[in-house]
Design a protein around this ligand. Structure first.
Ligand code: NAG
Ligand code: NAG
Ligand code: NAG
Ligand code: NAG
Ligand code: NAG
Ligand code: NAG
Ligand code: NAG
Length: 806
């Protein structure tokens, strides 16, 4: 065992892996080298760890320690590296233990790349312990150097993290050189995670918004020591302690700061031959700063993965590396008249505020930003805690993330002249009726009820609703083609292949003969009939005056125009001029379902067809479309009928276009119509797509019975929200007391049908409608389940041979 020459010879031999396994200690005067297709490897006595040259790229090697599991062929688990930032050449580089006691790593060019700077008068030896520690000792047993004192990105059980050491992540999954994330003890004795990037550095754990004691930390113990024990408990002197999910005796564990900035505790699964995560510091990956760089946004995609994207008007600086962030494609002068703002909903940029301006109105905040030359945009949020608005002008846009549960918005400053071309960008953002709570309440809502508490509760309900909107990119539907806006945009025209276009106010005024034929009136505006110069009939909705910038308006219009389904009304264009905001829709010959309910024209076939078509339109809005949209105001007035009595749902996606006046803080308007509103609105519960399901159920019951929910089934009138329940309760009651199916259906079905309907199909329809109006939202089916139930019935009845062709 005392002949180093033997080892070198062995290492050259054929069966290298096994031959080198006898290497447990190397003595002075020995070199471990890297010769093509062979390695000198030092192995711990129990065979768990190895150290040797590890390939990090083409002909680039680092001296490393790794787990021998998973077995060769799979990726090795590297736990330490000597020269992570300066790999050596594959040829004739070597690690040598000098007689002086120094351990040196020399590159092929004979340069010393790395050394332990140790010296000893007596002879020294290097051993790899069972703990994974590489130790250099002299004859007296004194430890001169150990790898445990110089961790890279991994902490092994029993290895101390101290005031002098820190864990530094690797640059990426494949690049092992030092990255931007660090786990270390800060000056105030707290163990923190830091993003130490190219331009800025930020602490992101514990949450910078929390003071130490709120985070459960203590600044008083200055020993600054953290350690992971073999049972899976990690504890640090600032009173931070965590236990692995699989706490207990376990063969192998390691704590690592991963390249993505999260710290994870891994356990080895012997059977599966893999590592699994038994704890991680950060659950929401967008809370880890820096990964997306400046002027870019982190957002969650399906699952908990995150992705980066540049803000509108910005492009990626380095196409291969997000940490460089994005840079503007425009030049913005200081002249306030040349700037405009684009709304990015639920977007937060952490830090780099010009200041904090509480109680500023939206306009004050905007003006403040316009006055500051270096203001890149501003964050505006309305705090639920104290009921006041907050304004944060931003000097840098860093640490941006988008999350549906963030209660504020970012208004990005962009040059006015090409604001229009960014409108399409907003397609990525969710549009939900509950956002901001500035949604419309039906006019019948009594003024006296609008007291402060109700206002607040409704507003709050809306805020909470946002939490549930997690499936942002649920399905990229067919429409996701990215129609780039052309030069025509500069003239203010958005001429897409679909014929969607921008109209001038004068054109629309002419088309409607000066707005003289009113065909509808609803939340947010009045609808007029019009005829375009090409003879197409249109319905033009003139939105109530609102304080909304053109950019925002266009952004929202651009979302709506992408929504395309045969059971959804199609938008043909819009007008945004001065204070005028108009939307141009296809014209529906037969008007709304509400107008037709009392007519004999609506026979059973048509009613069932309308019920099924409406369900399809809503299911598309909820689940299939680009955006995840709640309608929030499903009622017969919003279901329009074309010349074939094909139903088309109208008035969706408009919530943001309607009434967004922060100034008046009119949070009293919730969207929805009395009689069709789900109990969630009233009981301050989270708003989900199930509010539409509820309203749909009421509409179907109304179609079947011919009785409106607000009219009251019995003659007595008592105001409030109990009325829809009466229709529901009445139908339920009739069903429950009935013995034979036919008898109860006869009692509830609209006499206008004259008994001409298919009983089994009718029963299904009513049963589905009753499920839709369950008080408990989870008991209601989803819109797509409704479609399925109705269509299944249709197919069944076809096969029975007495179906109706729809
Ligand atoms: C090995 O690592 C590479 C990237 O570092 C990864 O793409 C590959 O899937 C890994 N292979 C295995 C078997 O884990
Ligand atoms: C790893 O990242 C560093 C720092 O950005 C870079 O200099 C180096 O070239 C990268 N190495 C590889 C193999 O890509
Ligand atoms: C340390 O944490 C425990 C709970 O984990 C708490 O009870 C205790 O008060 C903390 N100590 C200090 C000094 O903060
Ligand atoms: C400080 O923390 C260390 C390690 O957790 C512990 O051993 C020591 O007792 C603590 N000191 C005080 C004064 O609490
Ligand atoms: C982009 O980043 C990579 C990796 O950090 C680096 O190697 C490359 O030189 C960068 N390219 C430019 C154009 O800056
Ligand atoms: C901005 O526009 C206003 C009126 O439109 C004008 O009074 C003002 O002088 C303009 N400011 C600059 C810096 O051009
Ligand atoms: C905001 O204004 C209200 C009165 O309008 C005041 O009570 C409150 O303290 C102010 N909030 C802040 C943070 O200044």
């Amino acid at each position: 065992m005392d002949s180093p020459v033997l080892f070198l010879l062995l290492s050259l031999s054929f069966s290298l892996w096994f031959s080198s396994s006898s290497l447990e200690t190397i003595h002075e005067g020995t070199s471990l080298s890297l010769i093509e297709k062979s390695e000198d490897i030092l192995i711990s006595p129990d065979g768990v760890f190895s150290s040797g040259f590890y390939s990090v790229g083409y002909n680039a090697y680092c001296y490393a320690i790794w787990f021998n599991k998973p077995s060769r062929g799979k990726n090795l688990t590297v736990i330490w590296m000597a020269n992570r930032d300066e790999p050596v050449n594959g040829r004739s580089s070597k690690l040598s233990l000098l007689k002086s006691g120094n351990l040196i790593l020399t590159d092929a060019g004979k340069f010393t790349i790395w050394e332990t700077n140790t010296q000893s008068l007596s002879s020294v030896h290097l051993s790899l312990y069972n703990t994974g520690n590489l130790v250099l000792q002299n004859m007296e047993g004194v430890t001169l150097w150990e790898s445990f004192d110089f961790p890279t990105d991994t902490l092994l059980p029993q290895q101390l993290l101290t005031r002098n050491t820190r864990l530094v992540s690797s640059r990426s999954q494949t690049n092992h050189s030092s990255g931007f994330y660090k786990l270390f003890f800060d000056k105030d004795n707290l163990l923190r995670l830091l993003y130490d990037g190219l331009e800025v550095s930020n602490v992101y754990w514990p949450d910078p918004g929390l003071v130490s004691w709120d985070a459960g930390r203590s600044t008083y113990n200055s020993s600054r020591i953290a350690v992971l024990d073999t049972f899976g408990k990690f504890s640090s002197s600032d009173n931070f302690t965590v236990m692995a999910a699989d706490y207990g005796p376990k063969l192998h564990r390691r704590l690592k700061i991963d390249y993505d900035g999260d710290v994870r505790l891994y356990s080895w699964d012997e059977e599966g031959e893999t590592w699994f995560v038994s704890w991680q510091a950060i659950q929401k990956p967008c809370k880890i700063y820096g990964i997306c760089g400046a002027n870019s946004l982190c957002s969650y995609i399906v699952g908990s993965d995150r992705k980066c994207s540049c803000l509108p008007g910005f492009k990626m600086k380095n196409l291969t590396d997000w940490s460089y962030g994005c840079e503007p494609e425009f030049h913005l002068s200081c002249n306030r008249n040349e700037s405009s703002f684009l709304l990015l909903p639920s977007v937060e940029f952490f830090g780099y505020d010009y200041g904090f301006f509480p109680n500023y109105t939206f306009d004050q905040c905007k003006n403040l930003c316009l006055q500051l030359c270096n203001c890149k945009g501003f964050q505006f949020k309305f705090s639920q805690d104290d009921g006041f608005s907050k304004c944060f002008p931003k000097t840098l846009l860093l640490n941006g993330y988008r999350s549906p549960d963030f209660p504020g918005d970012l208004y990005l400053r962009l040059p006015k002249r090409n604001l229009f071309s960014y409108a399409d960008y907003i397609q990525h953002f969710t549009l939900v009726c509950s956002s901001k709570g500035t949604v419309q309440l039906d006019r019948t809502y009594k003024r006296s009820r609008e007291n402060g508490i109700v206002k607040f509760m409704l507003w709050f309900a809306c805020g909470v609703g946002g939490l549930e909107i997690i499936c942002i990119f649920l399905v990229w539907c067919l429409l996701s083609r990215t129609e780039q806006t052309s030069d025509a945009d500069k003239q203010g025209y958005l001429v897409a292949v679909t014929g969607f276009r921008r109209f001038t106010y004068v054109e629309l005024k002419k088309a409607t003969k000066d707005f003289n034929e009113e065909i509808g009136r609803g939340a947010g505006g009045i609808v007029y009939k019009g005829v375009l110069p090409d003879d197409r009939a249109v319905a033009i909705k003139r939105l109530n005056e609102l304080n909304q910038g053109e950019g925002e308006f266009l952004a929202e219009v651009s979302i709506i125009r992408r929504i395309n389904h045969m059971n959804l009304i199609e938008m043909w264009g819009y007008c945004a001029e001065g204070k005028h905001r108009l939307l141009v829709y296809e014209y529906m010959e037969y008007g709304s379902l509400a107008q037709n309910l009392s007519s004999r024209a609506l026979d059973w076939k048509k009613r069932f067809h309308i019920a099924a078509g409406t369900a399809k339109g809503l299911a598309y809005l909820h689940e299939e479309c680009l955006e995840w949209i709640l309608h929030c105001d499903v009622k017969p007035q919003n279901i329009l009928l074309d010349s074939n009595y094909q139903p088309k749902v109208a008035d969706f996606g408009l919530s943001k276009l309607q009434n967004r006046n922060f100034e008046n803080a009119s949070f009293s308007r919730i969207r929805g119509t009395r009689g069709y509103m789900a109990p969630e609105w009233v009981f301050n519960l989270p708003i989900t797509s199930k509010v539409d399901v509820y309203s749909y159920g009421i509409v179907v019951l109304e179609m079947v019975t011919g009785k409106g929910p607000t009219k009251g089934v019995h003659a007595t009138d008592c105001g409030g929200e109990i009325e829809p329940k009466r229709l529901v309760a009445w139908v339920r009651e009739k069903r429950n007391v009935a013995t034979a199916m036919a008898s109860w259906l006869e009692k509830i079905v609209d006499p206008l049908l004259g008994g001409n309907y298919e009983k089994d199909k009718m029963e299904i329809l009513v049963t589905v409608a009753l499920q839709c109006v369950e008080e408990e939202k989870n008991a209601r089916p989803s819109m797509s389940q409704v479609v399925e139930m109705l269509l299944r019935q249709e197919i069944d009845s076809h096969s029975d041979g007495h179906g109706v062709n729809l």
